[in-house]
Design a protein around this ligand. Sequence first.
Ligand code: 7RM
Length: 635
Amino acid sequence: MSNYHIKHLEEYYKVYRKSIREPENFWEEIAEEHFVWRKKWDKVLDWDFSKPQIKWFEGAKLNITENCIDRHLATRGDKTAILFEPNNPDEPAEHITYKQLHQRVNQFANVLKEQGVEKGDRVCIYVPMIPELAISLLACARIGAIHSVVFAGFSSTALSTRINDSDCKMVITSDGSYRGAKTIDLKGIVDEALEDCPSVKTVLVAKRIKSNINMKEGRDKWLQPLLDNASTVCDAEIMDAEDPLFILYTSGSTGKPKGMVHTTAGYMVYTAYTFKNAFQYRDNDVYWCTADIGWITGHSYIVYGPLANGATTVLFEGVPSYPDFGRFWEIVDKHKVNQFYTAPTAIRALAKQGTELVGKYDLSSLKVLGSVGEPINEEAWHWYNDNVGRKKSPIIDSWWQTETGGIMITPIPYVTPTKPTYATLPFIGVQPALMDEKGDELKGNQVEGRLCIKFPWPSIARTIWGNHERYKETYFSAYKNMYFTGDGALRDEVGYYRITGRVDDVIIVSGHNLGTAPIEDAINEHPAVAESAIVGFPHDIKGSALYGYVTLKDAGESRDHNNLRKEINQIITEHIGPIAKLDKIQFSEGLPKTRSGKIMRRILRKIASNEMDNLGDVSTLLNPEVVQSIIDNRL
Ligand code: 7RM
């Protein structure tokens, strides 16, 4: 995989044009040159968005773990594949080489087989950020079992819903987990969940916190003794290109979570190729993505993408605030991290701490910074750029989704000139379209609409587990022959894309379409503001009016709130215009967030509209307690 870096903007345009004109030839060349196959494909692409049906590399045979592990053994067997940094900074980091990873994955795979897991079976993985997590994904892939990772911060109800939706036969978990100063009784949560999960026959338990836990006779087994007795040789199951690799649940705006199904070959090709280019990964670099493997970002850009490139990927167990808010920078310094990928919510939390901690460490190893998960506001972008990147490391604001499997719109570092708050240009092979409300495509530049994708890319999710109709309905019915992302975006005068947020976040005030992101951006520039979220609420005259929830950097400091409200509206007027001024501004101690750090505007919208009776399930939030305090202080 040496020679497929894109090196300058002209080359990007050239390669991009080829990928659009001859997508099949383009992806065929990438697939031929950079992966190992047991058998090559008969057909590169077969697709029909109206069904919808998408097949890449049909007829090909492979195993993704041979691409992620075995083929590196000859050239980089002793290179660190996974660099595990524990929660406790005094515990030593663990360097797992490709050779060791190979042995550990094979042993784990043999344990799965011994416990009756077969090709096509679903295995639920509810494990904290320890090496066993990455290894368990790969062990499933080794034997062709379909993994379904559930973020180990979700509740027992969220867990049992997901286990039942895909009839998992086994759950892999741990006796508990560390999160900063806290320990969490994961096994207790699993026990509770399994009261309602008849399909689960076996629970494998990794030891992490060495607490006394309950082991259910006949069902629960300690992992380590089984691994110790397992052979380090396990032939990889030969999979079809379109065999499912994993299911990953993502919550929609309504209904139960959707089990997005990703298949083997296309997912592998696209995550590997995007990883190499979007992060400009070079052979001896140390790469760190701070996401949890429980999210798609961790699947694609902690595990599969990096390992397919023979990279060193950091796996961090802890949180940014423990033992203090300098932890991220301490880790970057300690392991000389070259590429660092995180979320705007983390950047804002760290920016709130000022610059003292970030200044204490040597961050000169950093070459590329990444952002993902939400629109990054201008203030956070500059803080990241100035203090972490020292104005030298390009920020790649990468837009993508669980459904897209890999990065879709992003600058290529040192190739695409960046622009704050812009995800910039489509990645190679990606054909975005902006659509108006009537269903017509908005051609040309300086337009704003709903973001769709016109043509399949290799890692698009193929279906929703057990509900193909819902897949069709959600993603392929809004616009004919297009994949609809659910996001709004604008294209500027040079063709750069800016994601304006989920389209359900668009608020129409007196006939003006207002995206929440630009208003929040403006507010966040106020020096006292840490974060903000804007929603609409019904208004007799304007149709909708704007309600802002604002958290302050120093909540304890007594400030004249009315004065602050005036200043905030003043900034909005300067940045956007008086039309975007807020009718109500509520100061709150926090904003409700998903576990992956996305602000839940849906809940805030209901509170602003006085519809508190049907807030929906708030139990999977990161901070359910702030909801009540926001309700209590509602304006
Ligand atoms: C990777 C991930 C997907 C949703 C997506 C957007 C939002 C993600 C960006 C972004 C603006 C970005 N998958 N989103 N990245 N918005 N700029 N760079 O987050 O399935 O969990 O979420 O996240 O709304 O549709 S996800």
